[in-house]
Design a protein around this ligand. Structure first.
Ligand code: GLY
Length: 369
């Protein structure tokens, strides 16, 4: 195979597919190289759209998250119209119960994004059935969720195909051939590929292709349970974001529980310790879960950077763009990443926010050491 393409996206997960859709909608001819769709970090997340519940401090990262959360209703509606598929977007709000009273309940509230403190009595009225250790919690009505694993990824695949994106599954890029400041070609397990522009969306595996861009894996184990048929209505209609645990109810009664945060390299698989910690934390915050039938267990690797912020925009090479390192916030940041990176690639327009997420920040850090 020796194929020439306009834009080649390396990585067929959430970032790669959403960028492919955006670029193709804007008239580009896009090819996506996907080594293995099932290893994408988009599977290992519960789909929380939680810039507030994640307690991201005020600054560029919070702004990126809030802008992305605001794009979600229109972005998912467009995908649903294009494909006829549900994305599972649900503006359900997120409740964050705590086990210790905070020093202050006066916290930063972004415009139009309240953060409401509920004491134990108020939180009980808001959500019956919370664990005995809960002393109160925050209610973030603007935070939301999307069903990343069962719906969003499939809708993005379908939209890509419908728009004519060429998705090459099972194609692994083994080396990037460069000539000074430009990428010349990609050496893959199926031969050489060339394009005019390249975009890297390779998640936790980015460092294997571009060692100067520091992205490494942080494993997450997850599981799901189901509301028993004996319940007449859903016992949980909002996300619970607890201490080192989240409990995310879907509208059809599935409840996704996650996730461990493990620095174990690419050490795959579930562990008794991981699963036990998820179950005990989930039952502590919402005890009724202890009797719900278990459905599935899975794991994956979040793409993590030294400062836990994504790497967006330019790369060491003029015709290679980066959209990697989204860590815990990949689902949240998908639409804004697609928008800003498409503008960057097609219009050479740099949104002011991109300056905070450049890969060179790590070069500066290395020089200062
Ligand atoms: N988005 C939450 C996580 O990565 O576990």
């Amino acid at each position: 195979m020796n194929v020439s393409n306009d834009i080649i996206i390396i990585g067929g997960g959430l970032m790669g597919l959403s960028l492919a859709v955006e670029l193709q909608l804007q008239g580009a001819k896009v090819t996506v190289l996907s080594r293995n769709f099932h290893e994408a970090a988009g599977h290992v997340a519960a789909g929380m759209l939680a810039p507030q519940a994640e307690a991201i401090p005020a600054g560029p990262m919070l702004e990126l998250g809030l802008r992305s959360r605001a794009l979600y209703p229109e972005w998912t509606r467009q995908l649903e119209d294009l494909t006829g598929l549900d994305t599972g977007y649900w503006r359900c709000g997120i409740l964050a119960p705590v086990y210790e009273l905070p020093e202050t309940t006066e916290i930063y509230q972004p415009p139009d994004s309240p953060a409401i403190w509920l004491d134990r009595q108020a939180i009980d009225q808001h959500q019956p059935g919370l664990g005995a250790d809960v002393v109160g919690g925050w209610w973030y009505p603007e935070d939301a969720q999307v069903d990343n694993r069962r719906h969003l990824l499939k809708a993005l695949q379908a939209a890509s195909k419908k728009l004519g994106v060429k998705i090459l599954e099972g194609v692994e890029v083994e080396a990037i051939t460069r000539n000074s400041k430009r990428v010349e070609a990609l050496e893959t397990n199926r031969g050489t590929l060339t394009g005019s522009q390249y975009i890297l969306t390779t998640g936790a595996w980015t460092g294997q292709l571009l060692p100067q861009v520091p992205v490494y894996p942080r494993k997450g184990q997850m599981l799901s349970v189901k509301v028993p048929d004996s319940f007449e209505s859903l016992p949980l209609k909002q996300v619970l974001f607890g201490t080192e645990i989240y409990v995310v109810p879907r509208r059809d009664g599935l409840i996704v529980i996650g996730a461990t945060l493990e620095d174990v390299g690419f050490n795959a698989g579930l562990t008794p310790d991981g699963v036990q910690s998820l179950l005990s934390r989930a039952i502590r915050v919402f005890p009724v879960l202890r009797d719900f039938p278990l459905q599935e267990f899975w794991w994956g690797f979040r793409p993590t950077t030294p400062d836990l912020l994504p790497i967006l925009g330019k790369s060491p090479f003029d015709n290679l763009t980066l959209a990697v390192g989204h860590y815990r916030n990949g689902i949240l940041l998908t639409p804004i990443t697609a928008k800003l990176i498409a503008e960057w690639v097609i219009e050479e327009k740099s949104d002011p926010l991109l300056q905070y997420f450049g890969w060179e920040r790590f070069l500066t850090a290395q020089l200062q050491c």
